[in-house]
Ligand binder design. Structure first.
Ligand SMILES: [Zn+2]
Length: 206
């Protein structure tokens, strides 16, 4: 049985009369093409599991060396944090802030918010902040740019490899795993279902 919803498109406010798409199908707004629904299998469970994995990986990805560089006998281990600090010392403030936000702070907030929301929905615990967290998460998705930073690391490694000995650290593997988890997280989160469940939780509460 497919349920019929009467809803407004969040992008263009067109009033819609939608049949819920089946898992694997997509529903777009006929007026503006906005992706309205993309049901996922066990979206809450998967989001919960992936955000726990991401939360564990964040620690080594941030604190352990990404690459070790050895030039003329001098070796140096670089972590995400030491990269940001080095940029500050070089007075490259704008780049330092951008790297800090897009590769450290936003991915961290993204994982924490996903974890909080999916845990509350999974264990059926209503919370006043659920809608606020969900809105923050949707804004963050536009900002977390791990993949851009990853590209930067690869380019730097290729350039350096001709003049220096490079050793990949555990932090880099954790960072790559975190990147994969983030992509899986974004695709497992069914916004429509999450908003529906948040609405239900709110109704039960009041
Ligand atoms: Zn629309």
């Amino acid at each position: 049985m497919r349920k019929i919803h009467f809803d407004a498109c969040p992008e263009c406010d067109a009033l819609l009369n939608l049949a819920s798409p089946a898992i694997g199908e997509k529903a777009h707004c006929p007026c503006c093409g906005y992706l309205l629904q993309r049901p996922r299998k066990q979206s809450i469970e998967r989001t919960f599991a992936l955000s726990i994995a991401g939360f564990i990986l964040i620690i080594p990805a941030n604190l352990m060396p990404l690459v070790g560089i050895k030039i003329l006998g001098n070796s140096n281990d670089g972590t995400l944090w030491s990269g940001v600090i080095m940029l500050v010392q070089e007075n490259m403030w704008a780049v330092a802030i951008l790297v800090f936000l897009s590769s450290i702070l936003f991915p961290l907030l993204n994982i924490i918010l996903s974890l909080l929301i999916s845990a509350h929905l999974y264990f059926n615990r209503p919370n006043h902040y659920l809608a606020l967290w969900m809105r923050c998460l949707q804004h963050l998705e536009e900002w977390a740019m791990l993949e851009v930073y990853m590209l930067g690391i690869i380019v730097a490694c290729v350039k350096l490899s001709s003049i220096a000995d490079l050793k990949f650290g555990f932090g880099l593997y954790a960072f790559i795993a975190l990147l994969i988890i983030s992509v899986m997280l974004a695709s497992s989160l069914d916004r429509y279902l999450f908003w529906q469940r948040i609405g239900q939780a709110r109704n039960e509460q009041s």
